[in-house]
Structure formats: C-alpha cells, structure tokens
Write a protein that binds this ligand. Structure first.
Ligand code: ITT
Length: 191
C-alpha cells in the first residue's frame, strides 16, 4: 500500500443499505469507512456525471476525502428505465409499480450499475461496474440487509434474489465490483 493511501474515508450517503455494503468492503482492505448523511441536490445526467458532481459537492461540504456512488437498475425492455431515476421510482411507485409496468413483458433482462467516486480535493478516481440479471414477476425475500430493488432482482447464474442471498450480493454486485476497483486504485500511487 502506498504511504499516501487514505486509511479513513467519509462515505456521503443517506442510504443505509449502501453504507453497510461499502463499510464491509472497506474493512476487508483495512480502510475505515464512516458515514456522513448530507442532503445534496442531484443534477440530471448520466450516472458518471451525477456521481462526479455529487462527490465534488460532498468534498466541499465536508472538507474530507470522500466517496459517493450513484447507482440504479437499468431494465432492457424499458429502454434502461428506471436507470438514473431509480431513487425517485422507488420513492414513488416502488417495486410494485415497476413490476406493474413490466406485466406481460417477456424479456426480463436488467442490470444494476454503480458509479463509485473518490475525491479528496485533488485526486479524483471514478469506477463504474455492472451486474446482470433478471427481474422477477413478484418480489422474493427481504433479507436482513437487502434494500431497494434487491427483492425483485436475480443475478445471472443464480436462483435467489439479492434480498434472499445477501452473501452472494456482497461477492458479485455492481457495488462490490466498483468499490473493489476503486479501493485498489487508492491503495496504489496517485497519478
Ligand atoms: P445517496 O444518493 O444518498 O447515496 P440514494 O438512495 O438516493 O442514496 P442513488 O441516488 O444512487 O442513491 O439512487 C439509487 C437508487 O437505486 C436507490 O433508491 C437505491 O435504493 C437503488 N439501488 C442502488 N443500489 C442498489 C442495490 O444494490 N440494490 C437494490 N437497490 C439499489
């Protein structure tokens, strides 16, 4: 690990599910991840644009080395909807409403995407990762850690939803893949 690699990072998020997952990923590489809840206004744009804007605002607001992620569920038959609008869709129509929109849709393919970003005021690192799967007809499992769309998403090659099998989620999810890469970059020398 390089000497200037951060040992402590502030994760700016109001989503407890995200925080729990990222805290575990940090622990696995000896990084202390602390949560800061800030209500930051989000711009419209791609996941990458939203995440970069969010991390810059979060860094200015806290004055610390921070991470944020912008993530969502992209459904193929709905032309990637809800995508960047995932948080809004969950708050309004929820999983039930999304499943209603998909009634009669036979192509159930979807993917989760997560764009994770680090910024300390100088160095900015950004990684986007995906996890492919399918959307069920009805939710299954609440899990102990599952959140958001987890009860309706089954990752490719598996039988259980992310909510039913959080251990598998922690191994293969979009968020795990993104932060593993991000943390590996941070452990190396800055560019
Ligand atoms: P912060 O911006 O405060 O981090 P948020 O919940 O608003 O929290 P996003 O803007 O990234 O986060 O919105 C993504 C939405 O997609 C959010 O409502 C999540 O619940 C959902 N989501 C993201 N990752 C997920 C995952 O791994 N499993 C299930 N749902 C997920």
């Amino acid at each position: 690990m390089s000497e200037d690699a951060p040992k402590q990072i502030w994760f700016v998020t109001s989503n407890q599910g995200k925080f729990r997952e990222v805290q575990k990923l940090g622990r696995a590489v000896g990084l202390d991840v602390l949560q800061v809840k800030l209500d930051l206004p989000e711009i419209r744009g791609t996941l990458e644009e939203i995440a970069e804007d969010k991390v810059r605002k979060a860094q200015v607001a806290t004055g610390r080395p921070v991470i944020v992620d912008d993530s969502g569920l992209f459904v193929k038959a709905l032309r990637t909807f809800p995508g960047q609008f995932s948080a809004f869709i969950l708050q309004t129509i929820g999983n039930e409403g999304l499943l209603k929109l998909m009634q009669g849709v036979t192509d159930r393919r979807a993917e989760f995407r997560c764009c994770a970003v680090y910024y300390d005021g100088v160095r900015l690192e950004q990684v986007t990762a995906r996890c492919e799967g399918t959307i069920l007809d009805a939710p299954r499992g609440r899990g102990t850690d599952g959140f958001g769309f987890d009860p309706i998403f089954v990752p490719t090659g598996h039988l259980k939803t992310f909510a039913e099998d959080v251990a598998t989620k922690q191994k293969i999810s979009h968020r795990t893949l993104a932060y593993r890469q991000l943390f590996a970059r941070l452990a190396g020398p800055g560019s």
